[in-house]
Design a protein around this ligand. Structure first.
Ligand code: COA
Length: 166
């Protein structure tokens, strides 16, 4: 990414109303719902700010888990026989219409992985919900693996992220 953005937790000083990513449900969630979810500790939200402190992108993170039986066999077989393993879910990721294609989506994904790698609480993988095939293609482009029975849900083992991000 070449454009100068900084990624910080969303707070009340940030103007969410002028953010538009081209997906109405994502915009509506960000304008109307996200702060309630943060207050209730349902989600955390991080925003990319440009040099004028305008929001250029955001993502949300929350704790989650993965049923062992839903993982591809070759990955599940290497894990302990617990019913599920811990994960972090990126429920939403969006980049402003003005900032698409400059690497910000990839930078937000990398930022989320770095936060998870640096956290003291363990997670086996990052899980994402892609809203459609186009979004799923973005995640596959970044090495994420679709769940065999739900191709719009993808995951990336944190061991893989650590190897790539360091
Ligand atoms: C999907 C989205 C987050 C991508 O953000 P972006 O900032 O435009 O993407 P980037 O510029 O960071 O792209 C990084 C890389 O992904 C690739 N890429 C981007 N969108 C892609 C897609 N839909 N399919 C495959 N690859 C894609 C780019 O070509 C680029 O490749 P490179 O690093 O090899 O050059 C953005 O288009 C968006 O906000 N869309 C609307 C909301 C949405 O679909 N969110 C997804 C989760 S529900």
């Amino acid at each position: 990414m070449t454009a100068p953005f900084r990624i910080v937790p969303l707070d009340s000083q940030h103007d969410r109303s002028s953010f538009h990513c081209g997906s109405k449900p994502l915009d509506t969630y960000f304008h109307r719902q996200v702060t309630q979810d943060i207050r209730r500790r349902i989600t955390a939200c991080f925003v990319a700010l440009n040099q004028k402190n305008q929001i250029a992108g955001f993502y949300t993170l929350a704790s989650s888990s993965i049923d062992l039986s839903s993982l591809p066999e070759e990955i599940g077989n290497k894990l302990p026989r617990y019913p599920s393993v811990p994960a972090v879910r990126m429920g939403r990721l969006a980049v402003s219409e003005h900032c698409k294609g400059v690497g910000l989506g990839g930078a937000l994904l990398a930022d989320a992985l770095t936060r998870i790698l640096n956290a003291e609480i363990a997670a086996f993988a990052l899980v994402v919900d892609a809203k459609d095939d186009h979004a799923a293609a973005f995640y596959r482009h970044h090495g994420m693996i679709p769940f065999p029975t739900s191709p719009l849900m993808l995951f990336l083992p944190m061991s893989t992220a650590r190897a790539v991000i360091g």
